[in-house]
Design a protein around this ligand. Structure first.
Ligand code: AMP
Length: 249
């Protein structure tokens, strides 16, 4: 069984985001970038399936600027077998990513594609769902457990207030939730080995995909600052403020 894992290079989750002064987006100058955390979980899950003898090959894919090669090298250092980089400068919207991934799926014929549930840069939560629709494959989103059976996968999903287990036919699209696993760190020897693992370079044109944006970002804003608190003199004053000012009682 072959598993394809799309990984996105995003602003590191520890970085405090700065919005560009003109509100056109997030300032990426001199900002630490890393693999999208949900994609690390996706790679980890694919590797565990390989280690359990359920999968034979794990292929990492990234669509983005040339520097996304670093993200793919991280996936290779974690244990992926090979990588495909589809080079695109500028923003690539989820629909274009899904179309490119469809093209790669048609060439690679994976049995399973594991994506993150969302990329933490624009929180779109769209790519896996769009890809499943374009391919006509089953989808199991927000996975917290994946068990591979004979031609199918049982996936436990995190839903509001509980868990739901569904069975999907392979090939399928799975998207990862936070509790699926804890990704491993790449060891130094594996980081060195990853430099020699195969990495193919492609362009959107190789898959006949036009990546011109279809969405227009109207405005990007920082969250509003928190207002200072006030000290109240008594319980009755607190209750009065909760009732008449905050409107929560
Ligand atoms: P999104 O729909 O943008 O929130 O992204 C959901 C998931 O799709 C991510 O966690 C990745 O697995 C995958 N993905 C999105 N954009 C890219 C990209 N540019 N390259 C590779 N994978 C991507």
């Amino acid at each position: 069984m072959k598993i394809l894992v799309p990984v996105k290079r995003v602003v590191d989750y520890n970085v405090k985001i700065r919005v560009k002064p003109d509100g056109s987006g997030v300032d990426l100058a001199n900002v630490k970038m890393s693999m999208n955390p949900f994609d690390e979980i996706a790679i980890e899950e694919a590797l565990r399936l390989k280690e359990a003898g359920k999968a034979t090959e794990v292929v990492a894919v990234s669509i983005g600027a040339a520097k996304s090669e670093e993200t793919l090298r991280t996936a290779l250092a974690m244990g992926a077998d090979r990588a495909i980089l589809v080079e695109v400068e500028g923003i690539v919207e989820p629909l274009s990513v899904a179309k490119i991934l469809k093209g790669i799926a048609s060439e690679e014929n994976p049995d399973l594609m594991i994506l993150g549930k969302q990329a933490i840069d624009d929180d779109a939560n769209q790519t896996g769902q769009m890809l499943s629709a374009l391919l006509g494959w089953s989808q199991a989103t927000f996975a917290s457990k994946v068990e591979i059976g004979d031609g199918s996968a049982d996936v436990t999903r995190e839903v509001d207030g509980g868990l739901q287990t569904i069975s999907v036919k392979l090939p399928a699209i799975v998207t990862t939730d936070l509790r699926l696993n804890e990704p491993r760190y790449a060891s130094l020897p594996n980081i060195m080995k990853a430099k020699k693992k195969p990495l193919d370079k492609k362009t959107p044109g190789d898959y006949g995909v036009d990546v011109a944006p279809r969405l227009e970002v109207i405005k990007t804003e920082e969250p509003g600052g928190r207002k200072a608190g006030v000290k109240v003199g008594s319980v009755s004053e607190l209750v009065d403020k909760l009732k008449n000012e905050a409107g929560v009682l």
